[in-house]
Write a protein that binds this ligand. Structure first.
Ligand SMILES: C[S@@+](CC[C@H](N)C(=O)[O-])C[C@H]1O[C@@H](n2cnc3c(N)ncnc32)[C@H](O)[C@@H]1O
Length: 338
């Protein structure tokens, strides 16, 4: 459970704080008891300074498998996120991203660095990149250190050279570009699975600037918000895997879930601009108290914000974008400016 980090005597607001502040002004949740959990706490299996409910890792593996199932659906299901004529399903968009990355890495020594790794989409992108690059090295950075065997099984058959598979069990906010050894001709840092939505724009900026080196590209997958896209966003959180995810997070944090989660889209005011966020509120009970545990908080930038934030906070220039047929999911490739 979280408290706000202090910075030079000032209180620094976390994404959780912004959301709780907005919910206090939202009629249906105004008087409800709300509990929050920091994002990395849900996933982390790293040793904690003060063991809490999260030091029991029973639920982490289930959470990993739920994410994996979502990705399997993402690359496997015909027509997912397609337009009304069935064009632009996620599966075909990921194929186009893979083609673009393969062209970018053509003939070069490539280092693929994955923040918050997952085996399905990465295997698909890496397979195509391995066909054109002169060599390929892979590094996973994850707080969920038991994802290593799954990543190894998925990635080692693709990146076969000695020392080509690397796994760093750490909070990616503590890793720097020195740890990554930027000795390749091209580095690609990936934030897949709407990962970027879990961080404030300034935090993503700090993260990218501390990890990037020479010739570094960033690939990010975002579910974006525009008027008319509310349904695909809320539909994603109604997926049985996401409902199960919320129940697991509640149990992991020592609560008893008492019904399916509720998903809402809220406008937040962050650094003077309105940014939409999807929040899942899991009804829970603990010691005779009832309320909601906020199990997932994910920013949904507009396409314009997604582009601008990359330039404004991350010192990058956006090179390419790929959108699903329904416009709800975007892949952005940006180049880090030295
Ligand atoms: C939303 S999931 C996305 C997973 C994956 N990228 C995908 O496409 O499904 C978040 C992942 O990021 C990892 N993660 C979250 N916060 C992290 C942090 N601060 N440092 C390292 N890994 C983190 C978790 O272990 C989890 O695998």
């Amino acid at each position: 459970m979280s408290t706000s980090p202090k910075c030079n005597g000032m209180i620094r607001m976390s994404l959780n704080d912004f959301v709780v502040d907005a919910l206090v002004h939202t009629p249906s949740y105004q008087h409800a008891r709300l509990w929050t959990v920091e994002n990395h706490e849900k996933y982390s299996t790293l040793a904690q300074p003060e063991p809490g409910p999260q030091s029991d890792h029973r639920f982490n593996h289930v959470i990993f498998l739920l994410m994996r199932a979502l990705n399997e659906q993402g690359v496997g299901q015909e027509g997912l996120c397609a337009d009304a004529r069935g064009q632009g399903a996620l599966k075909s968009v990921i194929g186009n991203v893979a083609e673009r990355l393969a062209a970018l890495g053509q003939g070069r020594r490539v280092h693929y660095v994955e923040l918050g790794p997952e085996p399905i989409k990465s295997a698909c992108l890496l397979k195509r990149m391995a066909e054109t690059s002169s060599s390929i090295r892979y590094t996973a950075i994850d707080v969920y250190q038991t994802s290593e065997p799954a990543m190894s099984d998925a990635v080692r058959p693709i990146v076969q050279g000695d020392g080509s598979f690397n796994y760093i069990a750490a909070d990616y906010r503590t890793v720097t570009h020195d740890d990554l050894r930027h000795d390749q001709e091209l580095t690609l840092i990936t934030l897949l699975g709407f990962q970027e939505g879990n961080e404030l724009p300034v935090s993503t900026g700090r993260l990218i600037r501390s990890l990037a080196g020479e010739t570094t590209y960033i690939l990010s997958e975002m579910q974006v918000y525009e008027e008319g896209l509310e349904q695909p966003i809320l539909g994603f959180y109604a997926n049985p895997n996401m409902l199960q995810f919320s129940r697991m997070v509640a149990l992991q944090q020592g609560f008893t879930p008492s019904g399916p989660h509720e998903a809402i889209l809220l406008p937040l005011r962050i650094l003077g601009e309105s940014i939409h966020v999807a929040v899942t509120l899991q009804p829970v009970q603990r010691l005779h108290q009832q309320g909601y545990l906020l199990t997932n908080i994910c920013l949904k930038y507009t396409p314009e914000q997604f582009r601008r934030i990359r330039a404004q906070h991350c010192n990058c220039s956006v090179m390419d974008e790929f959108a699903s047929g329904d416009g709800s999911v975007r892949y952005q490739i940006a180049k880090y400016l030295q």
